[in-house]
Ligand binder design. Sequence first.
Ligand SMILES: [Zn+2]
Length: 205
Amino acid sequence: MKLLILAPPAAGKGTQATLLSEYYAKPHLAFGDLLRQIVKEDSEPGLVIANKMNSGEFISDQLAWQIIKKHLEKNSNGFILEGFPRNVAQAQILEKEKVNLDAVVFLNVDIEELKKRHTNRLLCSKCGRNFTKKENDKCPDCLIPLTKRSDDKKDVFENRLRVYQKETEPLVDYYQKQGLLLNVDGNKKPVEIFQEITKVLDDKK
Ligand SMILES: [Zn+2]
């Protein structure tokens, strides 16, 4: 199972990818997490990436491909991918490199709902887990207070939304035309979304 999760920022990509990763017993490849790891290494590419991430920008398509490539090769019998490709040029790289996806899950969430979810999102600075405000104000594992992610400030978020609409949203059409798209109502509860996705994918087999 080679799955791509496509969704606007704060739409719950990470949650669905984690659930699907467990369900299909395939690794969750989150491009954003891979980037954060490189940033932590404090190398020169790490600094370049950190600057771009803090302003909500994207790194170049070729650098993005170089980063994801070895993870895709290592997991050639299946993965739950998110965060790459984030534009049509990157999708074309995947095709050219013969990485054939089985399906692309699109979490379709209203813009107003995204803004609301974003306002409620908190992060544990130690382990990196995401929480909503309702759930917790402390990380249950690390027992430290949760903070806002540095890329979660309002103007940065709205910039990310605009970039998403311009760069990433065209992928919905792109994968629709290839017959790979599974368009899911992402406004529902996470467990309902998960059940809808697995029902459709399991019926397809
Ligand atoms: Zn924690």
